[in-house]
Write a protein that binds this ligand. Structure first.
Ligand code: TRP
Length: 336
């Protein structure tokens, strides 16, 4: 296999079906920002994928531009990483077709995300929903990426991408590396929701999720509503989940001093959860406010956004064209 670039290639995508929250930041974006310094990075907004579950496109533009603004506000640098829309790189759809010839109906039907979505939208079990993992594999293989920064919920899709790559290589010649999940060898941070059940989420549980666009008052309101109790009655009582979550959130904001103080209070049975939540709210505001304001500024500058997306499309288009030349030749579909 020929060497594709000087640095290992990283590729990841996010569906524009909701707005970013603290979980998206600590679970993904923070890693992206670190990766752009060391790797050749392609970060994409998966607008085509969103059509498999959100066929109504009235709010699509707004969501795409919102996500891109927040990417940049969180520290992604369009001069370092390619930031682009999936739909701008037409080669994706071409590779998707070739990979579809290597994907089996049976394995696609067995995919967990397909089964979940089919249950959620029984009136719209469309073929693109079934082949969602094939399109995702096309996104990744199009740049011959090696590393894909994603969470556990994407591991099955990634495994399928490896299988499609291996089948292609076996049938037509070695073109694709087999992509693996990558997060700097660290455990991915799970950001718990404020009500003690599950994680923060793009679309569910909005009152227990802190979005990067929430204003200060809303942040205070959500944090103050987080579930607590009367506090431990004996020293060294194990923490209930919902209390552990509040500590975990406090740790994420980076205020170690406050974290240690409240932990000590907890162990001494004199913790005041009201005070702890007030502190947490202020720390969250300190974190979210600059991102929110920067994202708003970028979102209001459509000329800049257009420029960024054109630049991203050009850079990823170049990489896509190189790969597709090789693919067409390998498949035997280039006659002259
Ligand atoms: N399926 C991913 C998700 O739901 C989004 C995605 C699309 C993606 N294409 C990708 C992620 C390519 C990584 C690589 O989060």
């Amino acid at each position: 296999m020929e060497k594709v670039a000087d640095r290992p290639i990283v590729m990841s995508g996010i569906r524009p079906t909701g707005i970013l929250h603290l979980g998206s930041y600590f679970g993904a974006l923070k890693n992206y920002v670190r990766m752009q310094e060391e790797y050749e990075c392609y970060f994409m907004v998966a607008d085509l994928h969103s059509l498999t579950t959100h066929p109504d496109t009235k709010t699509l533009r707004q969501h795409v531009l919102h996500v891109v603004s927040e990417y940049i506000a969180c520290g992604l640098d369009p001069d370092k990483a390619a930031l682009y829309c999936q739909s701008d790189v037409y080669e994706t759809s071409e590779l998707y077709f070739y990979l579809n010839t290597l994907a089996y109906k049976g394995e696609l039907e067995k995919t967990t995300t397909f089964k979940d979505k089919a249950r959620q939208q029984p009136q719209n079990i469309n073929a693109a929903l079934l082949t969602y993992p094939v399109l995702q594999a096309a996104d990744i293989l199009l740049h011959r990426a090696l590393y894909v920064p994603v969470g556990k919920d994407q591991e099955q899709h990634l495994e399928m991408a490896r299988n499609f790559a291996a089948r292609f290589n076996h049938r037509y010649g070695e073109i694709f590396p087999e992509p693996v999940a990558f997060n700097f060898g660290e455990e991915l941070v799970k950001v718990p929701s404020l009500d003690g059940t599950g994680k923060m989420s793009k679309s569910e549980n909005q009152n227990a999720t802190l979005y990067l666009s929430d204003d200060d008052e809303l942040i205070r309101k959500k944090v103050m509503k987080a579930k607590t109790d009367q506090g431990p009655q004996e020293p060294n009582t194990p923490m209930p989940d919902y209390i552990e979550n509040i500590f975990q959130l406090m740790r994420l904001t980076g205020n170690e001093e406050a974290y240690n103080k409240f932990l000590l209070d907890y162990n001494n049975c004199n913790i005041r959860y009201g005070d702890m939540k007030k502190q947490l709210a202020e720390d969250m505001i300190r974190f979210i406010m600059p991102v929110r304001e920067k994202a708003r500024e970028i979102r209001n500058n459509e000329t800049y956004l257009k420029e960024i997306l054109e630049k991203g499309a050009a850079k990823s288009g170049k990489s896509a064209k190189n790969t597709m030349e090789l693919v067409r030749k390998a498949v035997g579909i280039k006659y002259f």
